[in-house]
Design a protein around this ligand. Structure first.
Ligand code: E4P
Length: 217
């Protein structure tokens, strides 16, 4: 049961990584663009922080993605997970990278058929986009359950389900309940995972009562 943060904001990542609860980072071209930084500076900073698994997305045609994927894997080593889209070119690249033992995250998964192909191509992770399915009136969390059921029945152990495009805390819990191995989430969702109104209320009462104890001992 692993938690990844879905961001390229290294300051926020550093803050939350110190909790010891973060297992990896996923980035994508949009998140890198939002950071306003050179992607490789971001990746290097994350490696220097000790992040063990960083998804680095490649774009372009199959030759470009393969060349870039190999270059990034060589440059960044075991921490690098190369992220490719679930397209014929992306899965072609996935198969070749996986053969040379490079970890691959197949992204933009919206149907179990795509997860089947990605597993056959040797993906280390498949990333179903829960929130974007919900945005289109399809229950994203059901897809996690269906992929998990297929992988379990077919004894697929090498490919892990990385639940992505997460908007709510409840989707994190339900993703794990439905069989995800990993959930990647924006830092704001991770921060909310700690919270419960009854925890706040209970703590307030305990603090008050403890002051009473101290006042009378
Ligand atoms: C997955 O790895 C993607 O980076 C991400 O989860 C996409 O989320 P979004 O739909 O919120 O952009």
């Amino acid at each position: 049961m692993k938690i990844f943060l879905d961001t390229a904001d290294t300051a926020v990542i550093e803050k939350h990584f110190s909790s010891g609860l973060i297992d990896g980072i996923t980035t994508n071209p949009t998140l890198i663009m939002k950071s306003g930084r050179n992607p490789e500076d971001v990746y290097q900073e994350l490696i220097d922080l000790g992040i063990p698994d960083i998804s680095m997305e490649v774009v372009g045609n199959r030759e470009q993605m393969l060349w870039e994927g190999r270059r990034l894997a060589n440059k960044f080593g075991k921490e690098a997970t190369i992220k490719v889209p679930c397209t014929p070119d992306g899965l072609y690249v996935c198969r070749l990278l996986a053969k040379s033992l490079v970890k691959v995250n197949v992204t933009l998964i919206f149907d179990e058929a795509q997860a089947i192909l990605a597993a056959k191509a040797g993906a280390k992770y498949v990333s179903p986009f829960v929130g974007r399915l919900d945005d289109n009136s399809i229950t994203g969390l059901d897809l996690i359950k269906r992929i998990s059921s297929i992988y379990n029945k077919q004894n697929v152990f090498e490919t892990e389900i990385l639940s992505a495009s997460i908007r709510y805390v409840n989707s994190v819990s339900q993703s794990f309940a439905n069989g995800a191995h990993i959930v990647t989430m924006p830092p704001t969702v991770f921060e909310k995972m700690y919270n419960h109104v009854l925890t706040d209320k209970g703590l307030e009462l305990f603090d008050k009562d403890w002051k009473e104890v101290q006042a009378h001992t």
